[in-house]
Design a protein around this ligand. Sequence first.
Ligand code: BGC
Length: 706
Amino acid sequence: MDFILTETEFNKDNIAWNGNRFLIGNGYFGIRGTLEEYTKKQMCAVNMAGIYDRVRDSWRESVNAPNPIYTYVKVNGQAYTLPDEKPKFHQQELDFRYGIHCRVTRWKTEHGDITVICERFASIARQHNIAMKYTFSADFDCEAEIITGIDGDVWDINGPHFVKMQMGSKDGIDYVTGITGEKNISVTAKECIRTDFQAEQTNQNTDKSIFRHIRFTAKANKEYAFEKIAEITTSVDDFGTNGRIDELSYRELKDEHKAEWDKIWDISHIHIDGDDEAEYALNYSIYHLNCIAPRNMKGKSIPARGLSGQVYKGAVFWDTEMFMIDYYIHTAPEVAKTLLQYRIDTLDGARTKAKGYGLDGAYYAWESQEGGYEGCSDYNVTDVFTNRPMRTHFRDKQYHVSAAIVYGLMKYINATGDYDILNEGAMEMVIECAKFYRSLLLKKADKPYYEIHDAVGPDEYHERVNNNAYTNRMAKFVFDTALELSDKCPIDSNLKEMLRDSSENILIKEPDTSGIIEQFDGYFKLEDASLNTVRSRVINPKEYWGGAYGVAADTQVIKQADVVAMLSMFKNDYTSDIMAKNLKYYEPRTEHGSSLSACMYSLLACYTDNPEIAYPMFMKSAKADLTKGGKEWAGSIYIGGTHPASAGGAWIAAVKGFAGVIEENGQLVCRPNLPEKWNGMSFKLMYKGRLYSVEIQNGNGTISTI
Ligand code: BGC
């Protein structure tokens, strides 16, 4: 099946969305799917992984590199650029089998038509490099000028991050270096070009950028092409460059790039027999996960919006360990280990955060940046009515983040058998997380159990709640994990006793008489308004539904999977009947206001033998970046971008849900539960160092080693 995403007309309202869905990347950086002539006005970005900067007291965020693909054309002195000049024909395309972006644009001029074709990719074989091929033609003789160079005037949300810019040219290679203000990190873009025609070339510098002006007389119907090879480096790179850019050719780079993608797809492709739309969307999700995987990198993780920009501060959330890591564990375990290494390396940051709140152990950052720095502020949403920052409790009360990391670690260990990681810092991390949850436990004078008060669960619309079922269960999971692992890495006997006491006595919410688990103390007493009623109370489409006065806060309407997430994670603790009842209760009360939500419902629906209920939720997750109109605002803050957690969640729903590949007694088993229109599925999977092939036909699944 073709892995091509195409847009065949130009619509300026799609610029931001296209920037996300046409993204290319290689884990080291992501290049938004913007056009070559775009600037910061159209949210152009070469977004760097793991590099952050803070300007004065605004939010710290990831840094965008100087943009080396900037290019446009002038004909007889007039510039032809989108979105300003309406095209006669326009097509934008992403070949997501190979991460190759291509645009073709034709403009009608007073003398005839001109056409620009540009193909580009972020090399996945040499992660410092970008390659681009730009072709110009006209159906009349004309004086043409191509302006191409490095645009250092980058798009920033809370910038400018480069306080110093340096630029120059040497031996045909142009460069622009930006130096960040906070940590003095340099980010350099270099480029060189190779034309296949005679032209006069001059250079022009501005205070941030460097451009080449290539002037030539173009003959009618002749193609004029140039290749550009670019390189991005920083002063804090984990790995070096590979080859001088003036010695690399577009063809060679493209061949090796495609060969590398072939290797990646060989293990990550999922075939769905009977449903092309689902197969397309799922593999498109997998493409995004592959574009942002930190390959060759040391202790790096993935931001919630991938490498699509500075939204959410380029920070790493629980999204990685809860939704994305499963895919890497089973297709590229070394990437999963890198993600966990990031958490091990940032343990000190988590300790500092815990201490700051008078707590013990490790409280991981809600929005984690380098070193575990907490990027989340106490005022993380702006009230659209007053334009004032709103006090939110994501930073101080979303205690469940540390447990998600331990959960991710255990998924990794169980599926790889890599217990060595425990001695490489992971055991210390688990113990510190366990101490953190222990320090949250409270006991009332007349109650025999421990409670956790004043928390925010996954459903962010209800803040400062007591005994969030999910948080308490996850805390127990962390205590149990530390105890279980103490067989491999012995721990102090007093601590062991403390953890046992915590695990045995923490309040775990049981289903009520109708089988429903209350999300937190008092949830059932909240107004049971329907989603539509709550929606009808919204005055401004951008207003925030949670917080102290949000429209959902005093109702049972929740933002995302909470109890449902817990049930799907601990499915062996509950009967199918309880799971199904809770799914039925919570689904109509869920806004799915987070892209992390639908996949959890899909998974639980599969676990309760309801693949038809699971299917639309799965599609919602798999198509999060293909569907226009996703949530782009939280208050007045732009939150658009790609949704890798949703992509990872779609993978989980497909593999663990529909295909029913789960681990039982240290082995993989396959108990498929496919939606009616799927005839079968086939894919590969890594498990404990071996590669398996999974084939599902006629309702039966087989797993065999390769
Ligand atoms: C969700 C969080 C999520 C974050 C980043 C928020 O809208 O509520 O659960 O971690 O987005 O994806």
